[in-house]
Design a protein around this ligand. Structure first.
Ligand SMILES: Cc1cc2nc3c(=O)[nH]c(=O)nc-3n(C[C@H](O)[C@H](O)[C@H](O)COP(=O)(O)O)c2cc1C
Length: 212
């Protein structure tokens, strides 16, 4: 039978272990929180870099990362999920909306875009923010054909006419990459559909969910 001295000899190590476990649990929770905040901060900085390439900061004076809305249009934005639209304004007036749409039919999966459009529907530019296309073939827009994305600047749904918003192989105005037509076809199609979405939603894109 355990004596009171035996019981005491269990209590101290058990309490010590419980204390260590509690300290570790709190420590891990704090670390997870700090890590989460850092990830969010890094993602925001990464998006801001892309936005600033599309629209130079002197051209807007709001914080587009805090002036966003979520929009859902699977047929036009390439995903069932809501996508983020960043609004840029100067003195409260609309300057641009950058929509994070998806080209769902890339060669190796979805290609994530950031499409910046000015009031009236003119393209300010297109950035590819994430993709898994084949190095040396489908990723030509970021090395061999680095200027390819520049082609979009200044275009709109009527320039070129809607039926020519495709790669040359499909009768359109856009060059493909050497030996790789599937990737540019997917990107051109997604940009055109993003413009279509914009055209049907311009007012609401600037208005809804506006910060007070
Ligand atoms: C291993 C491999 C990877 C490929 N990756 C891509 C790609 O990322 N993007 C693309 O458009 N085509 C890629 N292709 C080529 C396509 O299969 C297809 O042949 C091409 O897009 C058609 O373009 P073309 O008509 O100009 O030849 C790849 C082909 C192979 C064999």
């Amino acid at each position: 039978m355990a004596t009171p001295a035996d019981k005491r000899s269990f209590i101290v190590p058990t309490a010590t272990l419980a204390g260590i476990a509690a300290v570790l649990t709190v420590g891990l929770a704090v670390l997870a929180n700090v890590t989460r905040e850092r990830i969010v901060h890094n993602q925001q900085a990464w998006i801001k870099e892309h936005l600033d390439v599309l629209v130079a900061p002197p051209n807007y004076d709001n914080d587009p990362l805090a002036d966003t809305i979520e929009v859902t249009a699977p047929g036009l934005l390439g995903t069932q999920a809501p996508v983020t639209a960043y609004r840029m304004r100067k003195a409260g007036l609309p300057v641009a909306v950058a929509i994070r749409s998806i080209a769902p039919n890339g060669y190796r999966g979805p290609i994530e875009l950031l499409v910046a459009i000015a009031p009236g529907g003119q393209l300010l530019g297109v950035q590819i923010i994430r993709h898994n296309e084949t190095p040396g073939l489908g990723d030509a827009f970021e090395n061999r054909d680095r200027g390819w994305l520049e082609r979009f600047r200044g275009l709109s749904l009527s320039n070129p006419p809607q039926q020519r918003w495709s790669v040359r192989r499909d009768g359109g105005d856009f060059d493909a990459f050497t030996g790789a037509t599937i990737t540019p076809r997917a990107i051109v199609g997604a940009v055109r559909k993003t413009l279509e979405f914009y055209q049907g939603n311009e007012d609401r894109l600037y208005r809804d969910g506006r910060p007070q």
